[in-house]
Design a protein around this ligand. Sequence first.
Ligand SMILES: [Zn+2]
Length: 457
Amino acid sequence: MRNTLRYTLVSLAFCAGAQVSAETVALKNFTLIDGTGRAPVANQALIMTDGKISWVGPVSKLRVPNSAETQDLQGKYVMPGIIDSHVHLGLVNGIEQDYSKFYDRANVEKQLKIYAAYGVTTVYTLGTDGDSIHELIADQRRIGRIDMARVYTAGRGVVFKGSYGGVVGLDQSVATPAETSAMVSRELAKGDDFVKLWMDDEFGTIGERMPYQISNAVITAAHAGGKKAVAHIFYYDNAAALTQEGIDGFMHQVRDRIADPALANQMKAKGVWQIASTLSREASFTYKLLPFVDDPFFSRAVAPSTIANLKDPARQQRLASSPLFPRYQAVLNNAMASLATEARAGVKYGMGTDSGPSARFPGYFAHWEMDLMVQSGLTPLQVLTAATSTNAKFLGLTDVGTVAAGKWADLLVLDKNPAADIRNTRAINSVYIAGKKVPTIWETCVDRPADTCAARP
Ligand SMILES: [Zn+2]
């Protein structure tokens, strides 16, 4: 039976001839922002073959096979799909956060489709994943032509016992360097793409920060396994020490004060990347009520019950009366100034939001983050480059991050020029993942009934 079936399939494929030839789609007449940092170039075209970019160049040189479908993108802008270098998946239902209750493949995939709807076609998930993430990733990498954001994971990150970090319900804390090395080796064997550690104490309110002998064991074990080690930091002194220890990247900014040129120069000399600045995270903490709660670009992806919870006066009162609430504006200001210092010093920087925990929303926060990076003093083109090729390079990804031959056709098509105004990343016309259109935030109301879906302004 099995042999017969296989013979039949082979025969069909053989006889089908031209019908099984490559799927070829051409896009033409757009302005290209290729993700490398090159200025926008008008009158460009590209060819997608079986989901990969097979050619990019001036429309005058476009040669399309007869079988190809051609889409005219006159007046549009094409850039690589955005990469968010710092997210957490599957932790929430609405604004309720509980890893043990909500983390499963369906919830993770729902969020990956929200990212995709916002043009975020790849995410790095930062240390709060259950082991099932590895099955999802294996499926994604085998299939390639998926309809949601691609995932790279730090698995379960390393927390010093009793200290800040991680999520309740996931076994991820260590007490000694020996336990640390064992944990990192064990987790890397599952297929983690990089390794995360937390070194913080929530303004001195939680336990003891991770000691340097533990962070050193994390970094050593990660490098022994051929992977990069990244850190959640808050304090200048920890950033300086981890830089000397050989950390590869920071997933938040220095926020207790402003990173100065001395630190930035050390980071540059040691090859430490500021791969996420999470300005949108810090900014979100400064509000009792997020200021964009009624903006359709935000609300179309958010359930009506969640909007109602955000607007609940009791919740706003609770947030505003927290003793930490008055401190967040200074934290945000420090983070923005630290990013500016590092960029001026030549430190490599990416774009990451820390979205995924309660009230930090997938997709929308990436667009807010890019806006805040520009407000920190970067140009829109610098920010677009951070959010695409720089993020890809940090993990050594060679098939995403730029619009170039050989890459996946993960593309964001915009109605307006994002290099002129970063807020034009919200003018989403279409999103392609592996050459196929996925529903954009302007086409689908992800988490709400269609009749409650605010129109595109
Ligand atoms: Zn995080």
